[in-house]
Design a protein around this ligand. Structure first.
Ligand code: CP3
Length: 368
């Protein structure tokens, strides 16, 4: 009386978030199946930059730490990686890192300046600068991200798969040469046209570094790899084929030796999808400037596709957002191999309730 006996006590409630993936609980393998164009019960969704400033939890941590501190402290990187997974019903986690620390590992001096974005203090100017770049072992110089991958895998216990990533050679070259963001890529393209030997030496080093880095991420436990060539669309298709494609292809070849599927993302690439396909990824990411059905028609049914909601559609009223979702799913038309995502990274001002609504809508509307 009064004191409950062991048999009367209700058993401890299992925490489904922690237990899923263990014996008896389903593993969420929608993303992995979709990368291989296998059928799934509903369209998987994750969001580029899903961990970030639109979340209060992230902003709170950023009050105490710089972005580089978070990236270089595995426990903090793990915490931030899991923030969106705990907040929304997403189908994948992406390791919290950035595309630019590999440039730091190669010998460039990197800073993130509030309100301005990334800055390279010693951008590449002359041939000797490229010759001086090292191609270090990512296991030594980027071990913090590899360790974060190992820790996240343990924490996730197969709840959702983990995506590793790297910047692609062209996008990294543009930061290394311009020293930061650029509107017209004048320095990058000038170097490409005027000093082709220097260009090819730089791209060669970047491709070696990026390929090995992706492979190391797969070895550490990343189950999908995304290559971000965010600015590839700044080039015309002929220049892309001549100056960039061979290097991206080499990176993807190296990365896929690990047996892990590769997503190849770019923006403004609607004029060169056929060329991008030649780089050999399993999944091609497209932005909202192209109709998803048209893109798929041109790419053919032997690749999967990721995209392509305009990140600003998340600022629309929910009934309108719902129509955007319906339109993208209608363009995908139930074909196996569609990963729902934004066409570019989520914006810091995005209303967080609309993110939750988007994930719900995609799952609801795509349920078979
Ligand atoms: O997707 C994720 O949640 C993983 C984390 C991630 C970040 N950057 C964290 C980040 C990923 C995948 C990236 C990729 C990245 N970084 C790209 C490729 C994707 C794209 O958006 O095109 C590029 C070009 C960068 C370079 C970069 N990093 C820029 C231009 C900036 C500043 C712009 C901005 O949004 O402030 C960053 C900083 C950065 N990287 C932030 C985050 C969450 C914001 C920094 C902050 O907390 O102050």
């Amino acid at each position: 009386m009064g004191i409950a006996t062991a048999t009367e006590q209700s058993p401890p409630k299992p925490n489904p978030k922690r237990l899923s993936g263990m014996a008896g609980f389903p593993v969420n393998d929608r993303l992995l199946r979709t990368c291989r164009r296998q059928p799934v019960d509903r369209t998987p969704i994750w969001l580029m930059r899903q961990a970030g400033r639109y979340m209060a939890e992230y902003r709170r941590l950023r009050e105490k730490h710089t972005i580089l501190e978070i990236i270089k402290t595995p426990e903090l990187a793990v915490e931030v990686t899991l923030q969106p997974i705990n907040a929304f019903d997403l189908d994948a986690a992406i390791i919290f890192a950035d595309i630019l620390p590999p440039l730091e590992a190669m010998g460039l001096s990197l800073d993130f300046i509030r309100g301005e974005g990334p800055v390279i203090h010693n951008p590449l100017r002359i041939a000797a600068d490229v010759a001086a770049l090292s191609v270090p072992d990512p296991r030594e110089r980027l071990g913090f991200t590899l360790e974060a991958i190992r820790l996240v895998r343990r924490e996730l216990a197969s709840r959702v798969p983990l995506i590793g990533f790297s910047g692609a050679p062209f996008t990294l070259a543009s930061y290394a040469i311009e020293g930061g963001a650029t509107r017209n890529f004048v320095l990058t393209k000038s170097l490409m046209y005027n000093q082709p030997e220097m260009w090819h030496e730089l791209m060669d080093k970047l491709a070696a570094m990026v390929g090995d880095y992706l492979k190391a991420q797969a070895e550490a436990g990343a189950q999908v790899l995304q290559l971000f060539d965010s600015w590839a669309g700044a080039l015309g298709p002929a220049d892309y084929c001549r100056y960039v494609l061979p290097y991206s292809r080499r990176v993807i070849q190296t990365a896929t030796t690990s047996g892990v599927p590769v997503i190849h993302f770019g923006t403004g690439t609607s004029g060169m999808l056929e060329a991008i396909k030649k780089a050999g990824a399993d999944v091609i990411g497209v932005d909202w400037r192209v109709d998803l059905a048209d893109a798929w028609c041109r790419l053919g049914d032997d690749v999967a596709i990721q995209g392509n909601l305009d990140p600003v559609a998340l600022f629309a009223p929910l009934h309108m957002l719902e129509k955007h979702v319906a339109s993208i799913l209608a363009q995908a038309n139930g074909r196996p191999g569609h990963i729902f995502n934004l066409g570019h990274g989520i914006l810091p001002q995005t209303p967080v309730e609309h993110v939750a609504a988007l994930v719900y809508m995609v799952h609801e509307q795509s349920t078979a």
